[in-house]
Design a protein around this ligand. Structure first.
Ligand code: HEC
Length: 151
């Protein structure tokens, strides 16, 4: 397999992400527990949930970004490895019913640099690196697969 922008010596993409103290964890198998613990609420977060912004399918949502993303929010070009966003999805009653995470796991500017994950209740509904339902749309964001910059 040939990977154009992020190949290691073996031609396989290597995991470059080393979690900062505020997370998220390196292993996506730990993401459900991570969002459940609500630690991301100490990240830089939107003050309140808002309706989906075009072309978002996410409905009412609130976005938080970790220390690596926040430190790079005024830059341009690809986000640094470790930049992560958590999105809470809200139901009509104002309760969070699902979480989404985008995490830049390796350097580069293609979809293979990103993990997109979604958890609802105790179920993981999406967990993919590279081209996926999620990244196909996020590819249209102004800056490297991230639509929202939280300030
Ligand atoms: C059809 C387009 C589209 C699809 C498909 C999509 N998203 Fe998004 N996403 C958006 C838009 C637009 C936003 C900006 C905020 C909003 O929802 O209002 C967003 C925001 C986000 C954010 C906050 C960071 C950012 O980029 O703004 C995360 C995390 C996220 N989406 C994860 C996912 C995951 C995981 C999936 C797949 C399960 C997914 N998205 C599928 C369009 C999309």
């Amino acid at each position: 397999m040939v990977v154009s922008s992020c190949a290691s010596d073996t031609g396989e993409p290597t995991m470059e992400y080393v979690p900062p103290p505020d997370g998220p964890p390196a292993a996506s198998s730990e993401f459900l527990a991570f969002v459940d613990g609500r630690e991301y609420a100490a990240w830089t977060c939107e003050l309140a949930p808002h309706p989906a912004r075009e072309p978002s399918p996410h409905g009412m949502n609130r976005i938080c970004q970790n220390s690596i993303a926040t430190a790079a929010r005024d830059g341009s070009g690809p986000w640094p490895v470790g930049a992560a966003s958590v999105k809470e999805q809200y139901d009509g009653g104002g309760n969070v019913f699902a979480f989404e995470i985008s995490l830049k796991e390796r350097s580069g500017s293609g979809p293979e640099a990103w993990r997109f994950w979604r958890g609802q209740g105790t179920r993981v509904t999406n967990d993919a690196v590279g081209a996926s339902f999620c990244s196909n749309c996020h590819e249209g964001a102004d800056r490297d697969f991230v639509f929202t910059v939280v300030r």
